[in-house]
Design a protein around this ligand. Structure first.
Ligand code: HEC
Ligand code: HEC
Length: 170
């Protein structure tokens, strides 16, 4: 049995959401800039978001007229996301994968050569998808008394906009 975890965020919010408000930096007094490991949230997030949207638009042009065909008939090298419509594969890429990890497409791909598997992150993403499916179908389902009814984890659950999921709260 193959169950594909297509991140639910992609299903419900295909329109880009506004980036976190600049208000998040209000605790830092001006001139009191403690060196921070985190990137300057607002601007960087926006440019990464725009880059992803640009790549999505490029691929959408290439597949014009075939958007609703099964992804496996439109694209060349799919092992996980074979059953979704081609356009939906792209929204999973953009929101479900890219936005969830806070990265652009090039974190996992060589831009424009989307079928190639050169970057280890691409196979990791496939393995992560299988892991999330295992959690959902083998583990979560067997925990009684959840509020549910559809208790699920997806990429966002752990990554929350970061490549490396947090182990501690800030
Ligand atoms: C976290 C990693 C990751 C990110 C980020 C990502 N992708 Fe992907 N992409 C994948 C994986 C994994 C596959 C293969 C899925 C499969 O095997 O079914 C894939 C497949 C594709 C394919 C199908 C290529 C083919 O012919 O087989 C396209 C097109 C694509 N991605 C475009 C994009 C675009 C555009 C973006 C940015 C908006 C993006 N991807 C972001 C991991 C990623
Ligand atoms: C149960 C929590 C969890 C879920 C769900 C999850 N991940 Fe991860 N992911 C991790 C952890 C932990 C790491 C390892 C971070 C590290 O290197 O220490 C990781 C690492 C990754 C990496 C490697 C990042 C890098 O460049 O080093 C990619 C790519 C990735 N995840 C993609 C995904 C995708 C795509 C999904 C959804 C299909 C997903 N993850 C779902 C926990 C999760």
């Amino acid at each position: 049995m193959i169950v594909v975890v297509a991140c639910t965020t992609a299903r419900t919010s295909e329109t880009p959401q506004p980036s976190p408000s600049p208000g998040t930096s209000q605790t830092t007094a001006p001139g009191n800039a403690a060196p921070s490991a985190t990137a300057p949230a607002g601007t960087q997030t926006d440019s990464v978001t725009r880059e992803r949207e640009r790549y999505v638009a490029e691929v959408m042009q290439e597949i014009a007229g075939r958007e609703q065909q099964p992804a496996s008939q439109v694209f060349k090298n799919l092992k996980t996301l074979t059953n979704v419509p081609a356009a939906r594969l792209l929204s999973i890429m953009n929101i479900g994968y890219g936005k969830s990890l806070g990265v652009s497409c090039t974190h996992c791909h060589v831009a424009g050569e989307w079928d190639r598997d050169d970057k280890p992150q691409k196979q990791i993403a496939r393995d992560m998808s299988a892991m999330a499916t295992a959690i959902n179908t083998q583990l979560l389902r067997n925990i009684p008394n959840l509020k549910g009814p559809n208790a699920l984890v997806n990429c966002t659950t752990c990554h929350r906009g970061q490549v490396k999921p947090a182990l501690n709260l800030p």
